[in-house]
Design a protein around this ligand. Structure first.
Ligand code: CTP
Ligand code: MG
Length: 231
């Protein structure tokens, strides 16, 4: 191989955070002294293997230029899209000039500010020789039920059900093709793995930390603050 394999990150940060029910997109809410997105990017910047972090922003985003991290040489931005998958794909396309097909891409939600850099590094170490790639995930602690119309149809085998977190790590070309095809087929892909699975591959699981929550509802903010301040 002539070229060293490189590692890139894509951070979808173009959402509006509807479920938070506040005027400001949740990635710009303040958390332990700085914005959610600054925490998220600080975690990724601490991963030395990442050559560049491509952040997908809403086309008109008045908050981004205010962040000190906006001028970091390893960070670049592009315009995101309608759904999360569109934003991730926009990020991948924006890396087309520099990324080779076999390079690895780590996709990480802007709304997960409590990622520990060592968890991202463990993901990289565990998967860099894998033919497919994979994701950070957590085994389920609760008993899980399959429900329709408010009634339980079945109890799922807990040992077979995991919660998908991010980062999710795939080869540039595999991920880009899978997302493009899944979106063209109007498949609902809520994470990268779903697109890769849909393409017929079987991503690996690497156990993550329960701290790595996605800020979704108002009560998640104090919980994230607790995890960050405990470090
Ligand atoms: N995201 C994005 N582009 C979109 C939608 C979401 O880049 N069109 C990003 C969000 O900014 C977030 C991540 O994808 O970092 C996970 O999505 P989610 O938690 O659903 O965030 P929002 O869509 O912003 O929140 P909500 O669904 O409550 O509106
Ligand atoms: Mg959303």
């Amino acid at each position: 191989m002539t070229n060293r394999l490189r590692f890139w990150a894509v951070v979808p940060a173009a959402g509006v955070g509807k479920r938070m029910r506040v005027g400001v997109p949740k990635q710009y809410l303040s958390l332990a002294g700085r914005s959610v997105l600054e925490h998220t990017l600080a975690s990724l910047l601490a991963v030395a293997r990442l050559d560049r972090i491509m952040v997908a922003l809403a086309p008109t985003d008045p908050y981004w230029p205010e962040l000190a991290v906006a001028s970091d040489s390893r960070i670049a931005t592009t315009a995101g899209g309608k759904e999360r998958a569109d934003s991730v794909l926009a990020g991948l396309r924006a890396l087309a000039e520099v990324a080779h097909d076999e390079d690895w891409v780590l996709v990480h939600d802007a709304a997960r500010p409590c990622l520990k850099p060592e968890d991202a590094e463990r993901l990289i170490e565990s998967l860099c020789d894998d033919p497919v790639g994979g994701i950070l995930a957590l085994p389920s602690v609760d008993t899980l039920k399959e429900v329709a119309d408010g009634r339980i149809g079945a109890t799922l085998d807990r040992s077979r059900v995991w919660r998908a977190l991010t980062p999710q790590m795939f080869r540039y070309r595999v991920l880009r093709d899978a997302l493009e095809k899944a979106l063209a087929a109007e498949e609902a892909v809520t994470d990268e793995s779903a697109a890769v699975e849909w393409a017929g591959l079987r991503p690996r699981i690497v156990e993550g930390s329960p701290d790595n929550i996605k800020i979704t509802r108002p009560e998640d903010l104090p919980l994230a603050e607790f995890y960050l301040e405990r470090r």
